[in-house]
Write a protein that binds this ligand. Structure first.
Ligand code: KIV
Length: 264
């Protein structure tokens, strides 16, 4: 199994780190079979599996449940679980208790938290306890009600300076990896040149140490147009819809079940 030191080594060796989200046994198994380096049970669980408008409503219990089933396919594999909104913001103590619950109850190997310098104290407390933390800055979907939409960050100098400060504080606090979401690649480069932990981009351009995509976006299963930074590496939705259409047609015309599907 890869550990935090392996991801840092991959950065040093200039080997790109590939992360994808997974939410269940099937998607996790597929990610492993494809040779993905690290799996994230993202709180995008809310907007994909649960069909919600944003990630605010997903609960700690739901994150633990999905991470547990992901881990049943990935026993020997580094899995990160997103800490959902309001599971780490009230106090560092509560954050530590909840991060501990995630590791103990789901089997996750680390947690991810959205936020900059303001959560550095909490990140420190959690990492000092032996829980690996992935930080997440730039566009932070848990701030949707402040941002008023999923908007690109780091387009102006003052924002880039703040992002660099955030990244530096999170590294100092012990985060072993940082997700950079939705920013011009120049902003990602500025962050990257000020820290030594691996950067994982999602809509942050070409120069980060790795990339992360939401499973359903990458395989083309969603029913809506994905954001600009997504590449649909397959059109699985069409493939599956066609498979179900064939199933329906064969049941209707009596060609399924066929001889080979019948018990003797
Ligand atoms: O919840 C999620 O899936 C994420 C990734 C997109 C980084 O936070």
């Amino acid at each position: 199994m890869k550990g935090t030191a392996d991801f840092i080594k991959m950065k040093l060796d200039k080997e790109k780190i590939v992360m994808v989200t997974a939410y269940d046994y099937i998607s996790a198994g597929i990610a492993k079979e494809a040779g993905i380096d690290i799996v994230l049970v993202g709180d995008s669980l809310a907007t994909t599996v649960q069909g919600k408008n944003n990630t605010i409503g997903v609960t700690l219990e739901e994150m633990i449940y999905h991470t547990k089933i992901v881990k049943s396919a990935l026993t020997d594999f580094f899995v990160v679980c997103d800490m959902p909104f309001m599971s780490y913001q009230v106090s560092s103590e509560q954050a530590l208790i909840n991060a501990g619950r995630i590791l103990k109850e789901s089997g996750a190997n680390g947690v991810k938290m959205e936020g900059g310098e303001l959560i550095a104290k909490t990140v420190k407390k959690i990492t000092e306890t032996g829980i690996p933390v992935v930080a997440h800055i730039g566009l932070m979907p848990q701030f949707i009600n402040v941002l008023g939409g999923y908007k690109v960050q780091g387009r102006i100098e003052s924002q880039v300076e703040r992002l660099v400060n955030d990244a530096v504080s999170l590294e100092k606090a012990g985060a072993f990896m940082i997700v950079l979401e939705a920013m011009p690649e120049e902003a990602a480069l500025s962050i990257q040149s000020n820290i030594s932990i691996p950067t994982i981009g999602i809509g942050a351009g070409r120069y980060t140490d790795g990339q992360v995509l939401v499973f359903y976006d990458a395989v083309g299963m969603l029913d809506k147009k994905p954001p600009k930074f997504v590449k649909k590496f397959a059109d699985s939705r069409t493939l599956i819809v066609n498979a179900l259409k064939s199933y329906k047609e064969e049941v209707k015309n009596g060609s399924f079940p066929a001889e080979e599907n019948i018990y003797k």
